[in-house]
Each structure stands twice: as C-alpha cells, then as structure tokens.
Design a protein around this ligand. Structure first.
Ligand code: ADP
Ligand code: MG
Length: 545
C-alpha cells in the first residue's frame, strides 16, 4: 500500500524499551554491536539462501556493512546489502519480541539499574537498543528477490508506536538511520565509532566501512573482517577472544575460559568454545536457544545448532566450522548424520577438559559452579560414557568441610585407611543434613559424608553408583557396614521395647531394628535399600505421578 500505517508495539516491546533506555545508559555503545550483528546476520542469511537461489545476489555479490556519519543531519546510518525485510517481515520483526519467557524475564527486573543492566544484557537487547541513543529511528529495507517498488520504510520514536509505508528502493538490504539524541552526539565522531567497532565488532566476517558525509575521503574499512576462529591460536590475544565471545553471546562480561581447536583429517573441523560467566535467564526453558553457531566452509549455516553438544552442556557458547558437511545441511539431517555424532563426541570431551582446566582456578570455578552446577549434574544421568569425567567436576557440601565444597577426588584423598566407600546423605538443605542423626556414627569414627541437598541430587546419585571404582553409599539407607558397627546382636533385636514399637507402628514403618549407628539420638528413620527417598518422592508428586 502507498499509504503510511501506524502500528502499536507489542506491550512487551514497550516495556523493554522503557527499561532498557533507563538501565543501559552507561553501556550504551552496545547499540552499535547489536546493529552490526544484525547486519552481519542479514549478510549470512543472504549467502545461505543464495546457495539455493543464486539470483538473490543480484548484481551485488560482495556482502558489506557501511556506516555513514552525517554531522549536519545528526544521523548515524548502518546499511547492509544482506537479506533485507519485506513489509510483513519488518512489522513482525521490529514490532514484537518472539522469545519464550519474555513475560517472566520482564517480571524479574528489579528496578536496580546495575542488576537490570546485567539481566537485560543476558536477555539480548537486539534492535531495540537503537533507542538508547536515538530519539527517532528510520529503517529502510528491501528483501532480496523483491522488486525495487517493494521497498519499505519503518519509523518510530520508541514511544509505543511505529509507522510503516512502502517505498521505492533500488538497493537490496537494510539501512538503519539513527537520529541521535542530544546527549549521544559523541557517536557522530568517527574516532569514537572506530574505537567501538574495533572493540566489539572487529571479527565480523564482512568488511565494515566508515564514511563521513560531505567528506571527500573514500570510505575506509575499519575492521579486520576475518573470521577469528580461522586465525592461528598464537596470533590471537586474550582480549580478542573475550571480545569475540561478547560479540556472539551479546554478553557484557568476559567468558570464564575458552578452547580453540583445529582438527585435521577426514573429520576436519574448527571449534571455538566458551564458558560463559553467567547462566542465561532461560537456562531451564525447554525451548530456550542453545547450541553453537554452525559454519560450513565459512558460510554461516545456522544459529543454535544443538546437535554438537549434549543437553547438559547447553550453556556452552561458540562456533563450529565443519568444512566437509554438505552446505545444504538441515537440522533434521544434522540429527542423524554420522560425522556430526563423531564431532559431538569429540566436542563433549573438549568441553569437559575445558571445565577441568577451569576447576584449577578456584575463584573462577566457584563462580561457574554456582551458575551451572545444577545443569552439569544432569550429565551424570545423560552421559554414561563420560560419567567419571562429569563426576570429577561436581562439588558437594560435606560433613567435615564447613562451608567449603569438595570434589570427589579430594574426598577420596582424605578418606580413612580401609574406607572402601563414598558416603553421602540427602537432605532438604546442607544445614538440615548436618543435623541428621544418621551422621552420628560417622562423626564418631571420623568418616566424612557428602551432604546432597539439590532437588536433582537424588535423581543424579541414582546414576552414580561408583566413582573411580569406589561405590557410593547412602548413609541413611538400609544396613550400614562400618566394621560390623551397625549389626546388632540377636539379643538386642529380641528386646521387648523393639517388639512393642513394632506392634504400635505397624503399617507406618516396614520394620523396627536395633542399631549401633546412633550415638546421641534415641531413634532415626532409615530408608530400605530399594525405597524412593523423600526428594525423589516429592519430585514425582510435583510432576503429578
Ligand atoms: P535477534 O537478532 O536476536 O533476532 P534483534 O532484535 O536484533 O533480535 O532483531 C530482530 C529481527 O529483526 C531479526 O531476527 C531480523 O529478522 C530482523 N532484522 C533486524 N535487523 C535486520 C537487518 N539489518 N536486516 C534484516 N533483518 C533484520
Ligand atoms: Mg540481533
């Protein structure tokens, strides 16, 4: 249609815009990273679609991102010759937030600027970050393959509404024109733009050029425009790795560590994997995005390729470039494609090694554990082939270690001579477990007991019956075998009191036994060998079973 239509933003967009402008003021240069990343995504998508439909490249096959400063107009323009958007797409993509959990995310914002900035950063601010620096944003676009008459102009002041009209547009792709706010005029300075692009977007694989309107100088390329993972490890600085992580993850913070590898041979691939410093807000959402960015022969194929890592390592971010995969590979094909399974096996081991390395740095590892420990525990059940490697990464509260957590290896190193088992106790929390009468006999003998209190622990431990060949034993279960300590003799079992208790508790307990495991407490409840524990029972009840 030739006329201009006005649309309202989806309510969540309006709320996000409002919160974002207020919380991200001190990180506001990230708008440039976000818009450049959209331009780069658009170039990736075009290259991908052109594999099937080469005509989409028209007369302009070299992907490029062009920044233009116009000081007299007060605008900064970011243009790309990527896939572009049709009218329907622009209304949909720049008017809504298509992410599950958005409501919950918005509700979790506290009003505390610093905390909110962090959360909003993790959520991913995307296109709307343009409004942190602009009081009006104009987007002009034409989708590849559509006629010049099917161009579209989108415009908004970020106050709740946007307008859309059709325009004539010869150039394919998208131009985002930012009418900079009075207090954001620093982004009209080419030095400033160079610095921010250098910091956040240097490794965007397409050339980013900068031109100043009215200047005679030809536009100049201001990034290195090579894919970082293709470069040799020893030529890449830590800072470059960190900035690349920020670029692909949209994070503000540096990763905890990374692993960059090139594998030659029949199964050739390059991987660059990062451990994020913080869990995303939707780590436990079933539909949350996870997985790696997949490239084939440097052509971007897809985001969130989840086939390259198991579910319990879904928090890992990174890139995989597998030049021998077919360029037309789809998610379905990835699912049961032999080479993908082999890469996945190798990458899983890599990640476990990367985390093992991280565990040598106590400060960083405790941050990691607090964020991702629960997810890692899923690996005990999910990944039998790597069970010991995953178990080595777990950390537990312990009856003998105060507030600090212990690994299974450290537990084994401290164990008593002749102690052939790893003992653990399940409880609602570590403090409650610490009070348990079940610990009395262990304390008396100086034997350490691991205290497990995560909701997933009982499920997890049911898969972990051994570590380094040493059996794990529930300290609250059945008969204990501490040098026969637990075995009462027949006279004790025949005791009249026991018989009385047995009669009066019929139907409520399975058996009443004499024991030597208690030191101070008169009685305790013990689970039979094959009985579900309280955590597991509660979990099943909660799931309606
Ligand atoms: P995300 O990039 O995470 O999808 P954004 O808010 O950054 O979220 O962008 C929303 C959507 O708008 C993109 O997914 C894309 O479909 C569309 N879009 C934004 N910028 C461009 C662009 N330069 N070219 C084509 N499409 C774009
Ligand atoms: Mg984006």
């Amino acid at each position: 249609s030739a006329t201009k239509q006005t649309h309202g933003f989806q309510a969540e967009v309006s709320r996000l815009l409002h919160l974002m402008i207020h919380s991200l003021y001190s990180n506001r240069e990230i708008f440039l990273r976000e818009l450049i990343s959209n331009a780069s995504d658009a170039c990736d998508k075009l290259r991908f679609e052109a594999l099937d439909t080469p005509a989409l490249m028209e007369e302009d096959p070299e992907p490029a991102i062009r920044l233009t400063l116009d000081k007299s107009a007060g605008t900064l323009t970011l243009a790309d010759n990527g896939i572009g958007m049709s009218e329907a797409e622009i209304i949909d993509h720049l008017g809504t937030i298509a992410r599950s959990g958005t409501e919950k995310f918005l509700a979790s914002l506290s009003g505390d600027q610093k905390k909110d900035a962090q959360l909003i950063g993790q959520f991913g601010v995307g296109f709307y970050s343009a409004f942190i620096v602009a009081d009006k944003v104009t987007v002009e676009s034409r989708r590849a393959g559509l006629a010049a008459s099917e161009g579209v102009r989108w415009e908004s002041d970020g106050q709740g509404e946007f307008s859309v009209e059709s325009i004539e547009r010869a150039e394919r792709g998208t131009a985002v024109i930012l009418h900079l706010r009075k207090d954001a005029k620093e982004f009209l300075d080419d030095g400033k733009i160079r610095q921010v692009v250098g910091q956040y977007s240097d490794h965007v694989a397409f050339p980013i050029s900068l031109a100043v309107a009215g200047d005679d100088k030809a536009p100049e390329t201001i990034n290195s425009a090579t894919a970082l993972w293709q470069r040799a490890r020893q030529e890449i600085s830590d800072e470059e790795y960190e900035n690349f992580y920020k670029h692909i993850s949209h994070d503000f913070e540096a990763p905890l560590n990374w692993s960059h590898n090139k594998v030659e041979g029949k199964l050739e691939y390059t991987s660059l994997l990062f451990t994020p410093p913080r869990a995303p807000f939707d780590l436990y959402h079933r539909e949350a995005s996870r997985g790696l960015k997949l490239y084939v022969q440097r052509v971007f194929i897809m985001d969130d390729a989840e086939q390259f890592l198991p579910q319990y390592l879904r928090f890992i971010k990174g890139v995989i470039d597998a030049p021998n995969l077919p360029l037309n590979v789809s998610r379905e094909l990835l699912q049961d494609y032999g080479p993908v399974k082999k890469i996945r096996t190798a990458l899983t081991k890599r990640v476990l090694q990367m985390l093992k390395k991280l565990s040598k740095d106590e400060e960083k590892y405790s941050r990691f554990w607090a964020q991702f420990g629960q997810v890692l525990k899923e690996g005990i059940g999910e990944d039998p082939d790597n069970r010991d490697a995953v178990a080595a990464l777990l950390r537990f509260a312990s009856s003998e270690q105060g507030d600090s957590l212990t690994s299974l290896d450290d537990y084994l190193a401290r164990r008593k001579d002749g102690q052939g088992k790893i003992y653990y106790l399940l409880g609602d929390n570590a403090a409650a477990a610490r009070q348990s009468p079940h610990l009395e006999v262990f304390r008396k003998k100086g034997i350490e007991v691991l205290l497990l209190s995560d909701p997933v622990d009982e499920w997890m431990i049911s898969y972990l019956d051994r570590y380094q060949e040493v059996p794990l034993v529930n300290a609250a279960r059945g008969e204990l075998d501490l040098d026969g300590e637990d075995k009462p003799d027949d006279a004790e079992q025949d005791n009249a009191l026991i018989k009385r208790l047995q009669e009066s508790l019929t139907g409520q307990v399975e058996a009443v036994r004499a024991t030597r495991r208690l030191v101070d407490s008169p009685v305790c409840l013990v689970l039979a060998e094959d009985q579900l524990g309280p955590q597991m029972r509660r979990m099943l009840e909660a799931a309606g079973q």
